[in-house]
Design a protein around this ligand. Structure first.
Ligand code: FAD
Length: 333
């Protein structure tokens, strides 16, 4: 599929520089740089042209310094203000727009994360340009590749907008490593936009396991696990012995076997680990949409015709309540 968007008619935008210059929007939490968000810099490197990174929040000096070490980044624009800590789009979007206008950037890139998905459409609307979401490849400065229909079709989109507002799929752009660079750090414009929205509180699921979205190994369970007790009893020791993150199908999440934050798929997390080992998952297309780019897919299912075996590199037909504990014991040994 090939489609076109834009061009924007806003006169003020046409005054902006047409030279390719990217702004990578970085994420932080509690002043700590989210290394995964450095994928935005990788995308900017693929585009070519000058690269600037943007970071905002309270106590972000060390996060800005860390980002400054990424090779090829010329400048970090940092806004040290705790009111941007939580990345609330209501005040973050106007902040970003001001800094985009000041810097005359042509491409604004953020991760296709909760933060990026919340923020970038507002930025696009404020600039009166089209949002280009969840890209997996860059063909040239105006042509981007993105999966649609849960990954069943790949669209190549061309944008003639003056400013391209882009979110990138994390599994397609590895985080740039923070070494070898020495970008300057500059204070950004901070209009301190008033917002009617205020951060009240958050209730986070705590876990000592690797982060599902970025883990090198993922062990995932589905409806075949039958209950939360069995999910925990069978799948968690396997995850422990492999040092893997835990994932689940939507059926397992909806049945209460696993936490919502562990859902993999079209409406859950998109993962691409070195190893995706799943048990009791049939392989519905909505699940595959979240894990089919994994390097090695291993599946345990009692049904030899389960669709998961069509994409699995390694398959084991059998009862997971037997096979998973057996595998765990063998790995321990
Ligand atoms: P099932 O399809 O019921 O499969 C269970 C499997 O376990 C079967 O293959 C069975 O043979 C096997 N099994 C049973 N007992 C055993 C045993 N003892 N040993 C070995 N194997 C056994 N799904 C997602 O996962 N993620 C999403 O993000 C997602 N988003 C969706 C979005 C939309 C709009 C829609 C419509 C659906 C979405 N779904 C999603 C749901 C999806 O269509 C499937 O219903 C779901 O993935 C099925 O989960 P499952 O494979 O665990 O369950």
């Amino acid at each position: 599929l090939r489609s076109r968007t834009g061009p924007s008619s806003v006169a003020s935008l046409t005054a902006l520089s047409r030279l390719l210059s990217s702004l990578a929007v970085l994420e932080q939490k509690g002043g700590k740089l989210n290394a995964g968000s450095l994928g935005a810099i990788t995308a900017a490197q693929k585009l070519g042209g000058s690269i600037t990174a943007f970071i905002a929040g309270g106590n972000i000096k060390s996060a800005a310094e860390e980002a400054a070490k990424v090779e090829g980044v010329e400048k970090i624009i940092s806004v040290d203000n705790a009111s941007y800590d939580k990345g609330l789009p209501e005040n973050y979007a106007p902040l970003l727009v001001e800094n985009i206008k000041k810097g005359g950037f042509t491409h604004i890139i953020a991760g296709h994360t909760a933060f990026g998905k919340n923020l970038m459409p507002r930025v696009a609307a404020l600039l009166d340009v089209q949002q280009i979401s969840d890209i997996t490849a860059i063909e040239d400065e105006k042509t981007f590749v993105r999966p649609i229909y849960a990954g069943n079709a790949i669209a190549t989109v061309e944008s003639s907008d003056v400013i391209k507002i882009i979110t990138i799929r994390g599994t397609a752009f590895a985080a740039a490593s923070a070494e070898g660079g020495s970008a300057s750090i500059e204070e950004g414009v901070d209009s301190k936009a008033e917002s009617a929205t205020e951060w009240m509180s958050e209730n986070l699921a705590e876990s000592n396991r690797p982060d599902l979205a970025t883990a090198a190994k993922v062990v995932s369970g589905g409806r075949g696990l039958k209950s939360k007790e069995e999910f925990d009893r069978v799948m968690l020791p396997l995850a422990d012995v492999l040092g893997a993150a835990v994932g689940a199908s939507r059926a397992a999440v909806d049945s209460g076997y696993a936490d919502n934050s562990l859902q993999v798929g079209q409406t859950g997390k998109v993962v691409a680990p070195q190893l995706y080992l799943c048990a009791g998952i049939s392989g519905a297309i909505q699940h595959l949409a979240g894990m089919k780019d994994s390097k090695v897919i291993a599946a345990i299912n009692k049904d030899p015709d389960a669709p998961i075996f069509q994409i699995a590199d390694v398959g084991l037909v059998g009862d997971l309540f037997e096979k998973v504990p057996e595998l765990t014991e063998k790995l321990k040994a």
